[in-house]
Ligand binder design. Structure first.
Ligand code: AMP
Length: 420
């Protein structure tokens, strides 16, 4: 038997109501904040991500689905959206049409990670990007949007964690400071951290190895060596969150994997999902647009993982979206009227009712079982005694009330069912 690829998941009809609920909520909240949806292709040129995310990041160095197409071009299934959004912005000169572009997306992403609970190879993210302004209130806006969405879903066990990475020049001199500190501990670092010492020293803070954590406990912190402007930027973000009642923790060790971050970074973590606890992450990326060949435009954004959110919901036993209902089930009492029942049901559907009928020559009893399974509000018994007067019996499944109605006049049948 051929099965789905490890780390990918079918989203079956029974799961769809939850997905739709989240997608609709995401759209409605982001539209309130005046973000416009953008959709980009599933694959891009590999160099977009290599340049946009950074060669030394885990994503680029070991997780991308990269392949050559028949023309010999190196392509990659998108592992994240920011680089793709920035590419589209530059390519279509969106920044010339509007100085500030506020964009959002809902899209599958692909990373060849070791699958485990909350970690897939094809997963789905929703997220937002605001490109064209360095206003710290946009940093705060991102955190508020992500937090509002998760709260509205009903999640309780959430912690907002924030940090600031300052500007590149501050980070460069800090990296030297960190290098100096780590020189004395180099021999005890894990081999991965030794590698990062050369390539991406900040990421040693992300290490899960005991010996690294121990060493990093006393490491100097970037947040302590930031200049006035960076501190002010961060203060504005914090004050705005305070005023809006969004509680947060400051985590000076939150560096996040990507190279392009500046100033604010944040994650929202859930205590309900085990080790893969970040439901969402984001931050400011003022260098990225220029790095990808565009104008020197500042940007800020976030991305949240839908599967991980659903896992948290399951563990908190929330988001029990009610089962779908149908408006009417047309039960056929006389098999000779099969065609008429099909025509009638189709007309009801074309007039806007969610209607179903039997396609399996079932007995009336079995049709009733089906109507109940489909949660039908009404059953229309078609083809009984009253058919000779061009009538059928309409049963309200909640009250049990039954009425004869004329089936010549489709409008009035629809009207009656819609009125409830
Ligand atoms: P990142 O782009 O790595 O900052 O991830 C943002 C969010 O996407 C995370 O907080 C997760 O919710 C989700 N995510 C990232 N990688 C995966 C994955 N492999 N499987 C499922 N969700 C993921």
């Amino acid at each position: 038997m051929i099965k789905a690829i490890t780390g990918t998941k079918d989203i079956l009809p029974g799961d769809i109501p939850k997905w739709r609920y989240i997608e609709n909520l995401v759209r409605s909240i982001l539209e309130e904040f005046n973000y416009n949806e953008i959709r980009t292709p599933i694959f891009e040129e590999t160099r977009l991500f290599a340049r946009g995310i950074g060669e030394e990041t885990d994503i680029v160095s070991k997780e991308m689905y990269t392949f050559e197409d028949r023309g010999g071009m190196s392509l990659t299934l998108k592992p994240e959206m920011t680089a793709a959004v920035v590419r589209a912005l530059i390519e279509h000169s969106l920044h010339k049409k509007s100085q500030l572009n506020k964009l959002f997306y809902i899209s599958p992403m692909f990373r060849q990670e070791r699958p485990q609970a909350g970690r897939l190879r094809q997963f789905h993210q929703f997220g937002a990007e605001a490109i064209g302004s360095n206003d710290p209130y946009l940093d705060a806006e991102m955190i508020v949007i992500a937090h509002d969405i998760l709260k509205e879903i009903g999640l309780k066990n959430l912690t907002v964690v924030i940090n600031t990475l300052g500007i590149p020049s501050e980070r460069e001199s800090y990296k030297n400071e960190l290098k100096n500190y780590l020189k004395n501990h180099y021999d005890r670092l894990s081999s991965e951290s030794k590698r990062r010492y050369e390539t991406n020293i900040l990421r040693i803070f992300d290490s899960k190895e005991e010996q690294d954590i121990e060493i990093m406990k006393n490491a100097p912190l970037l947040i302590d060596s930031l200049g006035k402007e960076s501190i002010e930027h961060f203060d504005i973000v914090k004050n705005a969150l305070d005023k809006l009642g969004v509680k947060y923790e400051i985590e000076p060790k939150l560096v996040r994997g990507l190279d392009y971050y500046t100033h604010t970074t944040f994650e929202i973590v859930s205590g309900s999902v085990g080790s893969q606890s970040a439901l969402c992450g984001g931050g400011r990326y003022n260098g990225l647009v220029a790095q990808l060949g565009g104008d020197d435009l500042p940007g800020v954004g976030f991305a949240a993982g839908i599967e991980r959110i659903l896992l948290a919901c399951e563990n908190e036993n929330i988001l029990n979206v009610p089962d779908d209902k149908i408006d009417v089930y047309v039960a056929l009492l006389d098999k000779n009227l099969n065609e008429d029942s099909f025509i009638l049901t189709t007309r009801l559907r074309q007039k806007g009712l969610k209607a179903e009928r039997d396609y399996l020559s079932r007995s009336v009893k079995a049709q009733m079982r089906e109507a109940n399974k489909l949660n039908a509000s009404y059953v229309l018994f078609f083809g009984g005694e009253e058919y000779k007067d061009k009538k059928a019996v309409l049963k309200n499944m909640e009250s049990g009330e039954q009425t004869d109605i004329s089936i010549d006049d489709i409008e009035s049948v629809v009207e009656k069912i819609k009125r409830g």
